[in-house]
Design a protein around this ligand. Structure first.
Ligand code: NDP
Ligand code: MG
Length: 346
C-alpha cells in the first residue's frame, strides 16, 4: 500500500542538527567527523538518525530530474526511509544495512542503502524518482554527484560480494559505517579494494596518441590505459603498458590527476602525460589489445572535442572522445590547452 502523500517528510530538504558534537563547516572537521564514524559504531548509528540517504535498487541509483532539467540523486531522511520500509512491509535489509559514503558541507552524514528486495517500480513512484543503471547515471549527473553515486555503488557491490572470508570460508561481519568487514572466525579485517590503473596521454611534441579497444563504442578513442601488476610503480606500469600496446619507449613522465572509475569494478585511475622522441613514433600496435591506435594533431583533437559525445542511436562521428567525467577527457583537454598555449607563444 502506498502512502497518499509519499514525499511529505521523507525527502531531505535541509541540513539537520546532528545528535553529535557540532563541528564548524570546515574540510578538516568534516574529515574528522567521518573518520570518527568509521571507528565508532554508536556515533555512526546516531549520525544515521540525522543523516541523508541515497537509495539503490540492485545497484542502480535512484535519480530525479530537478526543476532546471538536470539530474540529481534522490536524498531521503532516515525517518523517510523507515516509513518507506514499513510501507512496503520490508523484512529484508533494514536501515542498519546503510553504508556511510560521505558528509555534506553542513556536517550531515550521507549513507546509501540498496532496497533490491522491494518492488522497484513501486519504490521509484513512492520517491518520485527513477532507478537508472550506473553507466547512464554517471554521465547524467554533475561531477561531484556522479563520483558520490559511483563510490556508493562500489561500496554496496563490495559488501554484496564479500560476505565470506577468503581464507577460512566463514561469514564476515561489517562495522556500522561499512568501511570494513571482519572474519567471524579469524578476525581478519578486509577493506574495500580498488585496482590501480595507469592512464597516459602520450605526445611526440606536436601530436598525441589515442587508441581504441574493439569493445569501445564505435568511433570512441581514448588515452592508453593498463592495470598495474603486483609490485610495480606507476612509472613501471606506464613504460610496460606503452611498450606492450603500441611498441614505443617513453621518455618524460608527469603526473596529472586521478579518479575513481567504477567501470567495470572500481579502478583507481592515475592520469599521466608522457612524451616519446619525435624520431621514434612508428607504432607497432598489439592487435590483441587494441583495435587501432593513431597520432592526432591538436586540430583533430579540437574538432573531436567540439563534436562531443554522440547521441544514443545516432550515427557516431568517425572519431569522438571520452565524456567530461572521464580522466581521459581531462588529460586530452589539458594537452590541447598546452598545445594552444605553445602555438600562441611561438
Ligand atoms: N576513466 C577513464 O578515462 C578511462 C578508464 N579506463 C579504464 O581503465 C581500465 C583498464 O584499461 P585497459 O586498457 O582495459 O587495461 P589493460 O590494458 O591492462 O587490459 C585489460 C586486461 O588486463 C587484464 N587485467 C590485469 N589486471 C587486471 C585487473 N586488476 N582487473 C581487470 N583486468 C585485469 C585482463 O586480462 P585478462 O582478462 O586476459 O586476464 C584485462 O582484460 C578499464 O577498466 C577501463 O574501464 C580506460 C580508459 C579511459
Ligand atoms: Mg589497455
Amino acid at each position: 500500500m502506498l502512502l497518499l502523500n509519499p514525499l511529505r517528510g521523507i525527502l531531505s530538504a535541509r541540513p539537520q542538527v546532528l545528535g553529535l558534537t557540532r563541528f564548524s563547516s570546515s574540510f578538516v572537521s568534516r574529515m574528522r567527523f567521518l573518520n570518527r564514524l568509521k571507528q565508532d559504531d554508536e556515533a555512526c548509528a546516531a549520525a544515521l538518525q540525522d543523516g541523508q540517504l541515497v537509495l539503490f535498487h540492485r545497484l542502480q541509483p535512484l535519480l530525479q530530474r530537478g526543476p532546471t532539467g538536470t539530474f540529481r540523486p534522490v536524498t531521503l531522511t532516515c525517518s523517510g526511509v523507515q516509513s518507506l520500509l514499513q510501507n512496503f512491509g520490508s523484512d529484508g535489509p533494514l536501515l542498519e544495512d546503510s553504508i556511510l559514503i560521505g558528509c555534506s558541507e553542513q556536517n550531515q552524514a550521507q549513507f546509501c542503502l540498496d532496497v533490491g528486495h522491494l518492488d522497484q517500480a513501486a519504490v521509484a513512484e513512492f520517491c518520485a524518482g527513477t532507478f537508472i543503471d550506473l553507466r547512464k547515471s554517471f554521465f547524467l549527473l554533475p561531477g561531484p554527484a556522479a563520483q558520490l553515486v559511483a563510490k556508493a555503488q562500489a561500496l554496496l557491490r563490495w559488501h554484496q560480494t564479500n560476505g565470506f572470508c577468503s581464507a577460512t570460508g566463514q561469514p564476515t561481519h561489517r562495522n556500522r559505517a561499512g568501511s570494513q568487514r571482519v572474519c567471524s572466525s579469524s578476525s581478519t579485517i578486509y577493506y574495500p579494494k580498488m585496482s590501480p590503473v595507469v592512464i597516459v596521454l602520450l605526445s611526440d611534441g606536436s601530436r598525441c596518441l589515442l587508441g581504441r579497444q574493439a569493445s569501445f563504442p564505435r568511433g570512441m578513442y581514448s588515452a592508453l590505459a593498463g592495470f598495474c601488476d603486483m609490485g610495480e610503480t606507476l612509472e613501471e606500469t606506464l613504460h610496460r603498458e606503452v611498450a606492450e600496446e603500441v611498441g614505443l619507449e617513453v621518455q618524460d613522465v608527469s603526473y596529472s590527476s586521478s579518479q575513481h572509475w567504477p567501470f567495470p569494478h572500481s579502478s583507481f585511475m592515475l592520469g599521466c602525460h608522457a612524451t616519446v622522441s619525435p624520431a621514434h613514433t612508428q607504432l607497432d600496435v598489439d592487435r590483441s589489445e587494441l583495435e587501432d591506435a593513431r597520432w592526432f594533431t591538436p586540430e583533430e583533437i579540437s574538432s573531436a572535442l567540439q563534436a562531443g559525445v554522440p547521441p544514443r542511436g545516432g550515427r557516431p562521428p568517425d572519431v569522438w572522445l571520452p565524456p567530461k567525467h572521464a580522466v581521459a577527457h581531462h588529460l586530452i583537454t589539458e594537452w590541447r590547452d598546452r598545445q594552444r598555449h605553445l602555438q600562441a607563444s611561438e
